[in-house]
Ligand binder design. Structure first.
Ligand SMILES: NC(=O)c1ccc[n+]([C@@H]2O[C@H](COP(=O)([O-])OP(=O)(O)OC[C@H]3O[C@@H](n4cnc5c(N)ncnc54)[C@H](O)[C@@H]3O)[C@@H](O)[C@H]2O)c1
Length: 394
């Protein structure tokens, strides 16, 4: 098999700690080059991963290296120019979330990918949390019945929240959105994926709680122009109502991602902190085939806690505690014979971006905004790849 040649643009945290390690776990993939405008980030990349060719300008990297694939790991303002340049050069693109700074950029990226036949992926990484895979399986089985309510929260809440230095994440021209885009985009995508439905209308509210921070790089005061937190009321196309919180302000909670889904016949409660378990309220026959950790059914513990089956745990052989990532599954799909099919790609990135855009509109108009916002709704031409989620055991 020919070795895939990968170039990374943006050598910050997600590139060094997630993308490069994921590529290294794939067979016949070589990260041959990395690029960053920041010298210190490049040095860290070289020290941590020993990547042979380092660049300060991604255009030079695209011109010099014979790449197959580019990982876009920059701050959000560079996703669009880097991805468009890579696609212009005929390369495939795996991009960080949120896909772009705004909907029109995201839409252009999606259209360019369709025109060029680009194999795209977007790193909605939490789809591979084992408990999320199990939630997907249970919802897809129909065991919850028609779903009427979703509550989704993704909060980062350190105790130093108010005094943290300012970064590009606090600057709307570089991030596009604040807590809603950074944290909220993950759970917007996750709920779309779980339910195979999308928001049909939303109302939203956002707040910047700390209006000024000390810039991490310049040590000067900077005005914060992104929201610290946001919340949405969502009416999904399948009839479900949703509440969603994305932000940084749940003091003392650390990274806390929780999603509850309630249907006519059952419910489930997912938490990132219990990534190998799911709490479920299901008819007994739907529970068959799952290992019960703690049986529910009493007023104190109505929900039964079940273990994520091994087939959905995504264990990486020989590396205890390491799990497969969306990026590793993207590379598998890339390698598979036949038409390329992978989700989440740019389409799913656009779908999330639409809701983020609607959030800004809803806040400005102080009212409900209907979706979709764009006239021609993009639709996939090939079904998403099978990700290992199976029908419920009989
Ligand atoms: N999927 C996830 O779970 C997850 C987690 C964290 C971050 N992210 C996403 O990853 C991206 C990067 O986040 P991060 O935490 O690594 O940020 P970071 O600040 O640590 O790194 C970003 C790097 O990009 C570089 N950069 C910016 N513009 C560039 C350009 N034009 N050319 C080359 N380099 C450029 C910066 O110098 C910086 O080193 C963001 O889009 C973020 O939303 C995703």
């Amino acid at each position: 098999m020919r070795t895939l040649r990968v170039g990374i643009v943006g050598a910050g945290g997600i590139a060094r700690n997630h993308h490069v390690p994921s590529y290294k776990r794939c067979q016949d993939v070589n990260v041959v080059a990395a690029c960053d405008i920041n010298e210190a980030a490049l040095e860290q990349m070289r020290d941590q991963h020993g990547i042979p060719h380092l660049y300060r300008d991604y255009r030079e990297m695209l011109a010099q290296e014979r790449l197959d694939l580019v990982s876009v790991c920059t701050s959000n303002d560079s996703h669009y120019p880097v991805a468009m340049a890579a696609m212009d050069a005929g390369l495939d693109v795996f991009c960080e979330k949120p896909l772009a700074l705004n909907l029109s950029q995201a839409q252009e990226m999606y259209e360019a990918a369709r025109t060029n036949g680009t194999r795209t992926g977007v790193n909605f990484s939490h789809r591979r949390t084992p408990a999320s895979m199990l939630a997907k399986e249970i919802i897809a089985s129909g065991a919850l019945g028609p779903i009427h309510q979703v509550i989704a929260v993704y909060a980062a809440g350190g105790t130093d929240y108010a005094s943290r230095p300012g970064t590009w994440r606090n600057d709307r021209t570089r991030a596009g959105y604040g807590g809603m885009g950074d944290m909220g985009s993950h759970i917007l995508d996750m709920v779309n994926w779980w339910m195979e439905s999308e928001p049909a209308s939303i109302a939203a509210q956002t707040r910047t709680i700390v209006p000024q921070r000390l810039d991490r790089d310049t040590q000067r005061p900077m005005r914060v122009t992104t929201e610290d937190q946001g919340q949405m009321l969502i009416h999904y196309a399948n009839g479900a109502m949703g509440y969603l919180y994305g932000g940084y302000c749940f003091t003392g909670r650390g990274y806390d991602q929780r999603i509850e889904v309630y249907g006519a016949e059952g419910g489930l409660m997912y938490s990132q902190h219990r990534s190998y378990e799911l709490e479920v309220y299901l008819p007994p026959e739907a529970l068959r085939g799952y290992q019960v950790i703690r049986r529910g059914g009493t007023p104190d513990t109505p929900y039964t806690r079940i273990l994520v089956p091994e087939r959905l745990q995504g264990a990486v052989p020989g590396e205890p505690g390491v799990r497969r990532t969306v990026l590793m599954d993207y590379v598998d799909a890339y390698r598979r014979d036949g038409a390329f099919a992978f989700s989440p790609g740019f389409l799913e990135g656009v779908q999330v971006q639409e809701v983020l855009e609607a959030c800004t509109l809803a806040e400005a108009q102080r009212g409900w905004v209907d979706l979709p916002l764009i006239a021609v709704k993009p639709r996939p031409e090939t079904p998403p790849a099978d990700l290992g989620v199976r029908p419920l055991p009989a």
